[in-house]
Write a protein that binds this ligand. Structure first.
Ligand code: UT7
Length: 336
């Protein structure tokens, strides 16, 4: 529960990176048996950004982080720790966070990757916030970055239309009087949902082989309707729970930024909170589902559009593979 005494962690700068190349629904019509009408009406997506050849997760994460450093006007040596939420790291190891650390020249930082799929940024933000609260760290970069196009089967219409590539980054710093920043969070996981959304090939279960390639086990697999059922309920439930336990009614919430997987899930969660369209951020139409990047991209867009001001009450919510899910209450601070 929030307290006005303890040190909290507030967001002080935000950056984003979207690859230049845009893939529209109309282009997808030429690649698989789908239509712009189906994609728009079932998901809300119109287009998504995709990396060019050779562009990888660490590159997008680094560019988003560079924007943070530039806006905050700090040197990379001031960063204490870098947390990268991703399910599409450049490689299993070393961690993408180490590659970002080297790209930035963040010589004093340590870092690690966090794997929680679409809830990854929320889990990473909470982790970073607790590290700042501990008093041991004062500047933590939290990045959500995913190159979903690297694990999609562009002959499978059920999945390839849903995702895009991108990265968002924020800087966490202390708020000594505890009046702003991350004030509360509820985070959950339930591994019994693993069978509905996964990429099984390439790990210790199915090490890469000609057989795993032939079976397409290195591609993301999803039982869409099953995930939809859980996502719509649990993301709405957790959003309501975190708002209620902080005494926030629909009139107290200036903005709700939910994970962007499906406009119908976004609307269901917003409806549960009793919010109007103006109180809900939706950019799924332009970016599709960028997994760990959806929430920081949403925050970056909200700041750019003047939709978040210091003192605003912000609710974040996410749901993804694992299953993982969560909700967070942030009192917005001065953010560059
Ligand atoms: O971010 C991580 C968490 N992920 C999510 O939250 C995603 C949750 N799931 C969803 O968003 C939705 O389930 C989808 C968008 C993936 C699918 O929407 P749906 O309304 O659940 O459709 P469906 O899978 O039940 O498919 C309905 C029909 C099927 O055809 P029949 O069997 O009715 O003839 C599918 O084969 O739509 C067909 N279909 C398509 N048609 C055109 C599936 N994908 C496509 C497509 N284009 N791309």
């Amino acid at each position: 529960m929030p307290s006005q005494q303890r040190r909290t962690a507030k967001i002080t700068a935000i950056g984003k990176y979207l690859p230049e190349r845009i893939l529209s629904n109309f282009e997808l019509e030429k690649m698989v048996d789908t239509t712009d009408e189906w994609i728009r009406s079932r998901t809300g997506i119109i287009e998504r950004h995709l990396v060019r050849d050779g562009e990888v997760t660490s590159h997008m994460a680094t560019e988003a982080a560079r924007e943070v450093l530039l806006k905050r006007q700090i040197d990379p040596e001031e960063i204490d720790c870098i947390i990268v939420a991703t399910v599409t790291p450049d490689m299993f190891f070393p961690a993408t966070a180490c590659l970002v650390q080297n790209n930035l020249g963040a010589t004093r930082a340590w870092g690690f990757d966090l794997s929680a799929a679409c809830s990854g940024f929320l889990f990473a933000l909470d982790t970073g916030a607790r590290m700042v609260e501990s008093g041991q760290y004062t500047k933590i970069l939290v990045i959500g970055a995913d190159t979903m196009s690297s694990i999609l089967d562009y002959t499978d219409r059920a999945t390839c239309v849903l995702f895009g590539d991108g990265a968002g980054a924020i800087l966490l710093e202390p708020c000594e009087d505890g009046s702003e920043g991350v004030l509360d969070s509820i985070l959950r996981c339930d591994g019994s949902g693993a069978e509905y959304l996964y990429m099984e090939g390439g790990g210790s279960l199915y090490p890469p082989s000609a057989e795993t390639i032939a079976k397409g086990q290195h591609y993301l697999q999803q039982d869409g309707p099953a995930v939809f059922k859980y996502a719509a309920k649990w993301m709405a439930d957790v959003s309501a729970e975190v708002a209620e336990r902080n005494g926030l009614t629909n009139k107290d919430i200036q903005l709700f930024i939910p994970h962007q997987a499906n406009k119908r899930i976004i609307d269901a969660s917003a409806h549960r909170l009793g919010l109007t369209a103006e109180q809900v951020l939706s950019n799924i139409e332009r970016y599709a589902n960028t997994t760990a990047a959806t929430i920081p991209l949403g925050m970056a867009d909200a700041v750019d559009d003047g939709r978040l001001r210091p003192g605003d009450n912000l609710i974040l919510a996410a749901f993804g593979a694992g299953f993982t899910w969560g909700g967070m209450y942030i009192r917005w601070s001065e953010v560059r």
